[in-house]
Structures are given as C-alpha cells and as structure tokens.
Ligand binder design. Structure first.
Ligand SMILES: Nc1ncnc2c1ncn2[C@@H]1O[C@H](COP(=O)(O)OP(=O)(O)OP(=O)(O)O)[C@@H](O)[C@H]1O
Length: 223
C-alpha cells in the first residue's frame, strides 16, 4: 500500500493527558494505517485509548510525539489554521451522546443547511436527508427526536461537506439492537458515498458489520 491509498497514517504516536514527559502515556508507539472507503472499528478494553486516538485524528487534541497524518496532513506539526481547515472540510467528529452534537433550537434541516454553509460545499442538504431516511424529520428539533434519530441526524450533520473521514465515539453505545442497526445502515450509506469511517466501540454488532477491526491495548494497536 502506498501513502496515497491511506486516509490515516499514524507512526510512533505518543500522547499523555498530563505532560509530554509522563512515563505512562495513554498512547505509546502507536502505529496505524487506514485505507480509504472502509468502516473501521476500534475495539479494546476500557481505558485502552480508543477515544483518545479519535480525538487526535479529529484534531481535538495534538499528539506529543510521532506522526498523525490525516488526509495527507501531519496534524502533529500543522498550524492551527491548517487543522481548522481539515476539520471544516475533510474530517467530521461525532460525540458519544447524540444530543451533544446538536443545537437545541435548530431543526434538522437547519442543521444540514448550516453544515453546508460552513463547509462551503456543493452538497445538497435535502438530498442527504433523503438518502439517510431523515426527510420526514426535517422540521423537528433535537428534543422531538428519539436517541437513534438524534444519532443519525448528528452523523449526517458531521458528514455533510466533509470529504474524507468521519470519526464516531461509541455511536451505538446507548441504543438498542434495532436502532443500532439503523445507525450502522447510515454509516454504510456514507461509506458507499466515499467517506472512510472510524468507530470506537464495545458493541459486537458494530465490530461485526465493520469492514476492518483494529484492537487497541495499553495505548498501542495490537492488530
Ligand atoms: N480528559 C482526560 N484527562 C485525563 N485522563 C483522561 C482524560 N480522558 C481520558 N483519560 C484517561 O486516558 C485513558 C484512555 O481513555 P480513553 O477514553 O481514550 O479510553 P477508551 O479506550 O476510549 O475507553 P472506553 O472504552 O471506556 O471509552 C484512560 O486511562 C482515561 O482515564
């Protein structure tokens, strides 16, 4: 595989929440390569660093050492401006609690319109609402939606205008099996439209439906 096939390339990544000199960092010597156009599940014990890795890939935090290359940009050394551009146009991030991704007073359609305006993309928000089976909810506000509907809206909102990578922290963690399946259908639709999707999960169904699984243990990818 060449670098061009990869959407994510991590090499020798180290990260501590305390200080770069911490002898027990959360991530240590982490290497990972992810090719375009797959759903990738990140699995591993609680505390192994799955969410931390997603935060580095989503430019919410910056690695202490090593290379975290996303869409060809080394996010460890990139300027704040470059990282901001990456987040606006290429990489979306969905938090675990669906409501935390949405704005109380805005309807579903207004969320999608705002995402397009912010990314200055040419994507048609109405078309994505239809593709994701959310058109009937267009005029609803987050409080009028179930947890699963909120999660699907949050996923569409994060994906809109982002061309490369969607990162999700435990997207099915709070949902029952049937609704979890609907969220996974949404992810498959987005993968088929060209996005690469990385999901941290403890849910066997999510891991089973992913195209690839990477296991984290004590801050490293072990397979
Ligand atoms: N904001 C923070 N400040 C300090 N330590 C943190 C912070 N967030 C996470 N940690 C620690 O970092 C380690 C890795 O946490 P992380 O949330 O990345 O693990 P995880 O594999 O996603 O766990 P889970 O499966 O339970 O969500 C844990 O020891 C956790 O206590």
């Amino acid at each position: 595989m060449t670098r061009d096939d990869s959407i994510v390339e991590c090499t020798g990544v180290r990260y501590s929440y305390l200080s770069p000199a911490d002898d027990s960092p959360v991530l240590r010597d982490l290497d990972l390569s992810v090719t375009r156009g797959a759903i990738v599940a990140l699995v591993g014990p609680s505390g192994s660093g799955k969410s931390t890795l997603l935060r580095l890939l989503g430019c919410l935090d910056r690695a202490d050492a090593g290379e975290v290359r996303v869409s060809g940009v080394d996010t460890t050394t990139a300027s704040a401006r470059r990282r901001g551009k990456l987040r606006r146009h290429r990489v979306g991030y969905v938090r675990q609690n669906p409501a935390d991704n949405l704005i109380d007073h805005m309807t579903v359609e207004q969320h999608f319109d705002m995402a397009v305006a912010m990314s200055r993309s040419r994507v048609k928000p109405r078309r994505l609402l239809e593709q994701l089976g959310l058109a009937a909810l267009a005029s609803h506000r987050p409080r009028q939606l179930s947890g699963g509907e909120q999660q699907r809206v949050a996923i569409g909102f994060a994906a809109l205008g982002r061309s490369d990578l969607l990162l999700l922290d435990e997207p099915t963690g709070q949902l029952d099996h049937r609704v979890g399946e609907q969220v996974l259908d949404t992810l498959e639709t987005l993968r088929d439209s060209g996005l690469t999707i990385m999901v941290s999960t403890h849910d066997p169904l999510t891991a089973q439906r992913a195209d690839l699984t990477h296991r984290l243990n004590e801050g490293r990818v072990t397979r």
